[in-house]
Design a protein around this ligand. Structure first.
Ligand code: HEC
Length: 118
């Protein structure tokens, strides 16, 4: 009996993580993060890579930006994209980014359009 309880708990944790990843992924595109940081959060010369950075680091950065702690013009610009995010949204974005599986935009289209994407 105790083993079954543990098993159910374990599955619940897995499902919660999966939901967090999917919500974070959705937010990453819906909140325009992808337009600067790239569709695979890979970054570019002007924008930092976010994929698979440490979750504690990403969370601190986002919460600092949200609190208006900016030390440069580019950080001020970043802040306006996160000022409306709830703690849950930040958690989901951080989970998605720190566990990024490296999908590309083509894969996203396939996933969302049922294989009819370009
Ligand atoms: C208009 C372009 C733009 C958009 C849109 C944008 N960012 Fe950024 N982001 C930047 C720039 C530029 C920086 C680097 C700021 C600096 O100089 O430290 C940055 C930095 C960050 C950092 C810190 C990374 C590091 O390694 O220091 C995180 C985390 C981040 N962005 C997450 C997001 C998320 C999540 C979103 C969407 C809600 C988003 N960004 C939307 C331009 C953008």
């Amino acid at each position: 009996m105790r083993l079954i309880t543990l098993f159910v708990l374990f599955i619940n944790i897995l499902l919660a993580d999966e939901a967090s990843y999917n919500r974070g992924e959705m937010l990453f595109f819906a909140k325009s993060c992808s337009s600067c940081h790239g569709p695979s959060a890979e970054g570019s010369t002007s924008y930092p890579r976010l994929a698979n950075k440490k979750s504690a680091y990403l969370e601190k950065k986002l919460k600092d930006f949200r609190a208006g702690k900016a030390q440069s013009v580019s950080q001020q610009m970043m802040a306006q994209f996160v000022e409306e995010l709830s703690d849950k949204n930040i958690n989901d974005l951080v989970y998605f980014l720190s566990h990024h599986k490296g999908e590309k935009i083509e894969d996203m289209n396939d996933a969302y359009l049922g294989g009819v994407g370009s």
